[in-house]
Ligand binder design. Sequence first.
Ligand code: PEP
Length: 249
Amino acid sequence: MRRKLIAGNWKMNCLKADGLALAKAVFDKTNGTLPFDVLICPPMSLLGQVAAMPHQIGVGAQDVAVAPKANGAFTGDVSAEMVKDLGASHTIVGHSERRAMHHETDEIVRTKAERAIGAGLIPVICVGETLAEREAGQAIAVVTKQIRGSVPASATAENCVIAYEPVWAIGTGKVPTTADVAEIHGAVRAELAKVLGSDIADQMRILYGGSVKPANAKELLSVSDVDGALIGGASLKIEDFWAIAETQF
Ligand code: PEP
């Protein structure tokens, strides 16, 4: 039985006062027993302070360094070990904004996921096709290739999460049909079975991300093989983030 995961990606948002207030609001909502898991990923600038607040949910980074060492001459980078040391439990890797703006290849994403697992963090490995790729009928081919290239051999259902995020749905208000989501999530799970074996693939959580809002969350989260949501814009308002989570009670 896969427990749903409701995850917020704050991206490069929130100065200290707003970010700590938002974290506190999420932590207040989640201080009891819940029938699903919750994760928030604040910007690196706030990660240590947020992780140091009393909480019962996951707190993650949005990226970790690809560098081969935990310390060293890698100016501006923050290693997985450093993120773990701040008190984090997870990290996003391979978000499409990093793949596009920082030219991150599948190999880089896989290495980051390996570093995260090695440091005791759970990577949320993002995959997803562009609009041009979808319109060319290439969505499944692109996403399954990303799975083959980005998921390390050390991944298990306990130490790794996948997020399918069609690039054209991120921050746009557009969402795929539930049939399209089901098709891709099914293809992702089938590819995970080829790469990691069906026991691991059956238990690994595959999140959907891309314009998840309170109005569409219940429908998207009820699609087969959808095990939670990775939420960008709507994770910045506690009312919206919690309205999405509340669909899972
Ligand atoms: C994201 O950034 O991972 C995301 C899904 O963003 P949004 O919910 O704003 O589309």
